[in-house]
Design a protein around this ligand. Structure first.
Ligand SMILES: [Zn+2]
Length: 707
């Protein structure tokens, strides 16, 4: 008889997690235990590396990279489950347990990432040479990432680097907080029906709720209601966006707009001084690391090869979008003129959303709610899985009950190769919104990464796919909006990237080691199929009558896709170019302020110039408080790749079944297989037979010159 010592579920480190057995108490108890074990192992590895380096004997992959991976994988597995549960079944206890361990986990990551001995060992390994392409890329990324953390610096330079990193972290937190404070500090109480003219019911409810939270009451002392007010307006997106679209009171739109664009730009608590300091510090950091400027640092780990390459793409898009944006604005102005609105003679930024909404209604009369009955989740899944079978020769089968889950609504599926019948991967699908315990939005995350264990047994990839759509009610299945369908396809694209990889080195399998500006290729690629007539009409069936989606509704969806496409593209170009140039061209002696530079960029990237108090930079959290600095262009970069990849299918003819299947198979064997084992430019060329071109994106956005 053998006695097996039961491992705590949180420390299993492999296999599918037993979610129900992982409790906040376990996290508090076992994460510190795990970290101290890993610390001991890490120190042990360092001593071994040090000894080997001192002896000057060659190192082996299995001696350095495998143990480093196993160490990282144990932390990823355990902390990954904690993060996952924190996102999908949150509770005050779990949140507290997560927060209490986070600093220690981050500190361990830093300790590992800045280890001089590991850095030397990896560099030595790399210099020994003789590695295959994937290994070479894994080593190069490891060296680069450690260097970007300052591991290669010594003495005073390193001290200065660390001090500046610290200051930068503090500045970006302050930037974010001040922006948040400025956003929530501004309110406007609306009290008469006249002041809320045009606002839809959902917004009125939101405004009344905000009023109740602030305890703003009616004149008679009653509580705020959607019907009678008072309504409390604010600058957060859920209130600001719809207000500009729907408010019929132009002077109120103006007031709200001016307040929004000048957020955090005042003397007190303004972000202005922080911007200059952040840019200066980043420039100094870049110099310390041996780069010319911060844009070069950012691009060192991206697919885009140089600033010039990014500039070229943005210019291609700008040239296509500018005349279209100009035309679109003129159409909105005409729309106002026909309605006899005075703003036709003096069109301003606070009029754009309002008239765009009016025109959208006029052109498409698209009611996103009304389409729900045609998109019941089971049918959408059938359509999606059928498409994957057709394109990628995979079969997806329900396997509910074969894996532990964290909520009864969660489903489990297996993915098999259609031709061989062999299992390839599996995924969890957690489709429905649970506002009380689940984070909003949609995402794909790694549960298990494809790899070969030390004893030679393979581990198949498993993905988490999480959405937030309406749950079923009684006998009615979850009925999705078209946007929710697109979101599901998007996340599924990330999932396919993770699951269909054939790379056996986990450091470069699936989405691992894929450059940041290329990682959205498979996800955005899948979205394109929602606009493919055969795919969409094949799956959109009324959940009760089985009727197909009416032809005119499909036409409206297709037309709405490119509505205001020029303006939207130009806006992204404006942001991306401002971001790039601030991090490449601007410096304290450049003779202009960051704001001057932004206004210079605006001259060719806006149709309505920014108004006097427009302080875009003070609210540009993406680049000053988030991780997008000199990387905002990535949104468009990845869209170029995904649109161009989809155009390979358009070229063979979307109704040419045989060639569609062949092209899909090729996509699977390149983009979905190769993960981070090769440079994304090579992966793309392996699929497309040539470098990417912006032509397809320009065409899909409706910006191509019509002949
Ligand atoms: Zn994505």
């Amino acid at each position: 008889m053998t006695v097996t010592l039961e491992h705590p579920a949180l420390l299993a480190g492999e296999g599918l997690p037993r979610f129900e057995a992982i409790t906040p108490d376990q996290i508090q108890e076992h994460i510190p235990e795990l970290l101290s074990q890993l610390e001991t192992e890490l120190s042990g590895l360092e001593s071994r590396f040090e000894a080997a380096l001192a002896e000057g004997r060659p190192l082996g992959w299995h001696e350095v990279m495998d143990p480093l991976h196993r160490l990282g994988e144990r932390l990823r597995w355990s902390w990954g489950v904690v993060g996952h549960l924190n996102g999908v079944c949150n509770s005050p206890e779990l949140r507290e347990a997560h927060a209490s361990q986070q600093a220690a986990v981050v500190a361990f990551g830093q300790r590992r990432g800045q280890s001089q001995v590991i850095y030397k060992a990896v560099r030595t390994l790399r210099e020994q040479g003789g590695w295959d392409g994937a290994q070479e890329r894994i080593l190069a990324a490891e060296v680069r990432d450690m260097e970007l953390r300052g591991v290669g610096l010594e003495g005073e330079a390193q001290a200065a680097f660390n001090a500046a990193s610290q200051e930068l972290a503090e500045l970006s937190t302050r930037f974010g907080n001040q922006l948040l404070d400025a956003t929530s500090a501004w309110t406007l109480t609306l009290t008469t029906a006249d002041e809320v003219e045009g606002l839809p019911r959902s917004l009125l409810e939101q405004l009344a709720q905000a009023a109740r939270q602030a305890d703003a009451r009616r004149a008679d002392g009653g509580e705020a209601t959607a019907e009678e007010g008072p309504w409390l307006m604010g600058l957060d997106m859920p209130r600001f966006g719809p207000f500009l679209r729907f408010s019929r009171r132009r002077e109120l739109r103006e007031k709200v707009y001016r307040a929004h664009v000048s957020r955090a730009s005042g003397e007190e608590g303004g972000n202005g001084p922080l911007i200059q300091r952040i840019l200066e510090l980043r420039r100094e950091q870049a110099r310390r690391l041996g780069y010319g400027n911060w844009a070069e640092v950012s691009l060192a780990s991206k697919m885009a090869g140089s600033e010039a390459e990014v500039e070229r793409l943005l210019e291609d898009l700008r040239v296509a979008a500018y005349p279209a944006a100009k035309r679109e604005l003129e159409e909105l102005r005409l729309c106002a003129e026909q309605a006899g609105a005075p703003e036709a003679a003096d069109f301003q930024p606070w009029d754009v959303s309002f008239w765009a909404e009016a025109r959208r209604r006029e052109l498409f009369a698209l009611d996103s709610e009304a389409l729900r009955p045609w998109f019941p989740l089971p049918r959408v899944l059938e359509g999606l899985f059928g498409l994957c079978d057709r394109l990628f020769a995979i079969q997806i089968e329900a396997a509910d009950g074969q894996a532990p889950v964290w909520h009864p609504d969660v489903r489990f599926f297996r993915v098999n190769d259609r031709d061989t019948g062999l299992p390839l991967a599996a995924f969890f699908l957690d489709p429905y919104s649970r506002p009380e315990s689940k984070r909003g939005g949609a995402w794909m995350d790694e549960c298990l990464v494809r790899q070969v264990k030390a004893d030679g047994t393979p581990v198949l990839p498993v993905a988490y796919l999480v959405c937030n759509q309406s749950p079923p009610v009684g006998e009615t299945p979850s009925l999705m909006t078209f946007q929710e369908v697109e979101t599901l396809f998007h996340e599924f694209g990330h999932g396919l990237h993770h699951m269909l990889t054939t790379v056996e080195r986990p450091q470069a399998a699936g989405i691992n080691n894929v450059e940041w500006d290329a990682v959205e290729l498979p996800s955005q690629f899948m979205e394109n199929w929602c606009y493919d007539r055969a795919t969409l009409m094949g799956m959109a069936r009324h959940w009760q009558t089985g009727e197909p989606l009416p032809e005119e509704e499909f036409a409206k969806l297709a037309a709405a896709r490119t509505f205001m496409g020029g303006s939207a593209t130009l806006r992204q170009v404006h942001f991306a170019l401002t971001d790039l140039r601030l991090h490449s061209q601007w410096h304290p002696e450049s003779g202009q302020t960051p704001e001057d530079l932004r206004r210079e960029v605006a001259r060719t990237t806006t149709v309505l110039p920014p108004i006097e108090e427009d302080a875009l930079l003070c609210g540009f959290g993406h680049i000053f408080a988030g991780g997008y600095s000199a990387g905002y262009y990535s949104y468009k970069w990845a869209e170029v790749l995904s649109a161009d990849a989809f155009s390979a299918f358009e070229e063979v003819g979307l109704d040419n079944e045989e060639l569609i299947r062949a092209t899909g198979r090729k996509f699977r064997d390149t983009v979905l297989s190769l993960g981070g084992s090769r440079h994304p430019a090579e992966v793309f060329e392996a699929f497309r037979g040539r470098p990417p071109s912006a032509e397809a994106l320009i065409r899909h956005t409706g910006l191509a010159v019509k002949e």
